[in-house]
Design a protein. Structure first.
Length: 116
């Protein structure tokens, strides 16, 4: 099973950028479709963006044009570049396998806080 460790969060002002990183352990990383998820206080965890093993990306509507997901299989890493951050992007961000059927237990995530 793949395990994930997220980093790169922080406190930023609206309009600024952050780049999140996620390092995974496990030999199946390169063949796994992956996703960045987020959970805001009092809300359900939601999918932000996904990237297939072949590099095909999909974004939630509110992230299109602002967020970019990428991966480096040689480094067992997946990234999320977030531009023009808004207060509603405040959440804990997680990475994990896209498919719930093979999803690992959730890591600690990385906190992103955007001030207005």
């Amino acid at each position: 099973q793949v395990q994930f460790v997220e980093s790169g969060g922080g406190l930023v002002q609206a309009g600024r950028s952050l780049r999140l990183s996620c390092v995974a352990s496990g030999s199946t990383f390169s063949i796994s479709d992956l996703g960045w998820f987020r959970q805001a206080p009092g809300k359900l965890r939601e999918l932000v963006a996904s990237i297939s093993s072949g590099g095909v990306t999909v974004y939630a509507d509110s992230m299109k044009g602002r967020f970019t997901i990428s991966r480096d299989n040689a480094k067992n890493s997946v990234y999320l570049q977030m531009n023009n951050l808004q207060p509603e992007d405040t959440a804990v961000y997680y990475c994990n396998c896209l498919s719930a059927a093979i999803r690992s237990s959730w890591g600690q995530g990385t906190q992103v806080t955007v001030s207005s």
